[in-house]
Design a protein around this ligand. Structure first.
Ligand SMILES: [Zn+2]
Length: 615
């Protein structure tokens, strides 16, 4: 689910030209005030600096993105070395420009230039210090971590298996001993990463300090148009809004697992065993829907089965995803998308299967990279990844530094927001189910549970990943406490525990892609909140009056127009401005989630009556 941060290309001089024209008018009005003249001179210098910086970044990021793509779609020692080299050069350039930008005091610049310089300084995910050799060492470590994860394999029942197969077993096996072995096996691939990870933290923090941040976590939290501490408080506020729903879901799931497996495997009280929830990281639980399903009637079809019965291929799934976006009035994907994307896992070479969306030239060379399977989960993932590509295409005419999401949560939310419109009504429109099969309102509880197992179960997981990382990056969690902290945070937020005590050398966070892959995770938490907020706003725009979970915006061109307008703004203005234009509010808000799942909440509370919930 990641998006490459590498920000490739485009020379759009329109805003810069406009800025220069405006500044030329100023001295005529206020020529007498020397302070104003000095300030205007600084603004002109900053503009020139930024124009040059943007064109340098654009050129270099092309090369780095191409090398990263070549590596991700064909992992060899050569491609890995080339990606590391290009990555190092790109990081060096970003760091040198960020350092050079220190010649300007943000407080003395007009809003536009101040914003761009702020983006330049805080936008490097893993900054290397500028001293000799640091960027190379850092790039070497990050590329190695990524490759260790992506090629990770372990022995299971006498043969070597990879993550794809391990995930299938975790989802499909109902044998607790087998589940435990696979869970422990996959987590064992991460143990060797720990020393490299600790060294990487050291170097990246040195880089963050050089850029004026106390540590890298503070730098990451500086990307939200507010102070880091305020953003942390925002995250807590949002979690508080949705936590009661998660607690009911946890209580309910634990009860069902206890009934299915018995006390010896899953006790009726306390935390849930992490390997029993159908997903390697217990981040989404729909894999064990058969155990967790409600007593109420559910839909009479299974989407995965239907997709296969109707001959869907990975390609057809992606085409169907595109058709949703074009139904909203958005453009077709460029021809090169279809020629250059990696839609299925190729034979005979190692690739990074973790799904991602790319924008190689920052203009139109958008692609996805997936090892797509024909199933309901990947049907959603396809929409998710295409959401990134459509966002990239929408803001392609912005200046280089503004070619990004309003904040990173927006980028992740776009495709998921669209996928919330994959309702039974929509499936009927596609011909995947018949009118007679379309479930009535009595199936709502079951449908909502399916969604909640993915969307609500995910929230405390997402929160945990960066809570752990903020502790690590700030230095509060030293290397010897890495694993215990991970286990503790997951217990506190998610209410889950490993199937058995962990070995002393365990580095369980490394078994989740975004840790060795260095992708900040707060974006996913924000996205899972905001996608419902977008959905509610879009359904209101469409004049929808039924329950939120039955609303589909498929084919609605007016909603599509406003949606595209939101995306076109990119990062050119503070995100509350962008949010307000589409939703009418300037704050992120979890109340749409509560409204969406209200019928489920009623059901869960009834089912949980008399239980002592919590852990
Ligand atoms: Zn994503």
């Amino acid at each position: 689910m990641m998006r490459q941060f590498l920000k490739p290309v485009l020379k759009s001089a329109s805003l810069l030209a406009l800025g220069a024209a405006l500044s030329a008018c100023v001295p005529a009005k206020t020529a007498i005030d020397p302070a104003a003249v000095a300030m205007e001179e600084r603004a002109i210098e900053a503009r020139a600096f930024l124009k040059d910086a943007e064109s340098q970044i654009a050129a270099k990021s092309h090369q780095a993105a191409q090398a990263a793509w070549d590596q991700a779609t064909n992992i060899t020692p050569e491609t890995t070395a080339a990606a590391a080299e290009q990555g190092a050069e790109f990081t060096k350039l970003l760091v040198s420009l960020a350092n050079a930008s220190k010649q300007f005091d943000i407080k003395e610049l007009p809003a536009e230039e101040a914003r761009k310089i702020q983006i330049l300084r805080s936008g490097i995910t893993i900054p290397a210090p500028s001293r000799e050799g640091a960027a190379e060492e850092l790039a070497g470590i990050t590329t190695k971590l990524d490759a260790t994860y992506s090629t990770g394999k372990f022995m299971f029942q006498g043969r070597e298996i990879d993550l794809l197969e391990a995930s299938r077993i975790i989802e499909q096996s109902r044998n607790p001993a087998e589940l435990q072995a696979v869970w422990e096996g996959w987590h064992s691939i991460a143990a060797p990463m720990a020393p490299d990870y600790a060294r990487m933290v050291e170097i990246a923090n040195e880089g963050a300090r050089e850029l004026g941040y106390p540590s890298l976590d503070q730098m990451w939290l500086s990307n939200y148009d507010m102070k880091p501490a305020e953003m942390e408080a925002e995250v807590q506020r949002l979690w508080t809004q949705v936590e009661p729903l998660y607690k009911e879901l946890h209580c309910y799931a634990r009860g069902r697992l206890n009934t299915y497996y018995g006390d010896a495997v899953q006790p009726a009280t306390g935390p849930i065993r992490a390997d029993l929830l159908g997903n390697m990281w217990a981040q989404q639980w729909s894999g064990v829907y058969d155990i967790l399903k409600t007593d109420t009637p559910g839909p009479a079809y299974d989407l995965t089965t239907r997709l296969n019965e109707q001959g869907y291929t990975p390609l057809k799934m992606v085409q169907t995803g595109e058709a949703f976006f074009t139904s909203l009035g958005l453009q077709e994907l460029p021809k090169t998308f279809w020629e250059r994307s990696m839609i299925t896992k190729p034979e005979g070479r190692e690739v990074v299967c973790h799904a991602s969306a790319w924008d190689l030239d920052d203009y139109e060379d958008v692609r996805i990279k997936m090892c797509t399977q024909v199933n309901a989960e990947d049907f959603n993932t396809v929409h998710h990844e295409l959401g990134h590509n459509y966002y990239q295409l929408a803001y392609r005419n912005q200046d280089h530094l503004y070619k990004n999401g309003a904040h990173d949560g927006f980028h992740e939310a776009i495709g998921d927001f669209v996928a919330l419109s994959i309702t039974p009504e929509y499936l009927e429109q596609l011909g995947l189910i018949t009118a007679a099969e379309k479930p009535g309102p009595d199936a709502d509880t079951a449908l909502l549970l399916q969604t909640a197992l993915d969307k609500i179960a995910f929230l405390p997981f997402a929160l945990s990943v960066d809570s752990w990382r903020w502790g690590v990056l700030s230095g509060d969690t030293p290397p010897e406490a890495y694993n215990q902290s991970w286990t503790d945070i997951r217990l506190k937020n998610q209410g889950i525990i490993p199937p058995a005590p962990r070995p002393a050398d365990a580095f369980d966070p490394g078994a989740k892609y975004h840790i060795p892959g260095n992708t900040p995770y707060l974006r996913y938490f924000l996205s899972f909140i905001m996608q419902f907020q977008f959905h509610k706003a879009a359904c209101e725009q469409a004049g929808w009056e039924g329950p939120l979970h039955r609303c589909s915006i498929y084919g609605n061109k007016e909603v599509g127009r406003r949606f595209e307008e939101m995306m076109e703004a990119g990062m050119s203005q503070p995100w509350p401005d962008t949010l307000e234009k589409f939703t009418g509010t300037r704050e992120m808000d979890g109340s749409a989630i509560i409204e969406y799942f209200d019928p489920l909440m009623v059901y869960l509370k009834e089912e949980n009556a008399g239980q002592s919930c919590g852990w």
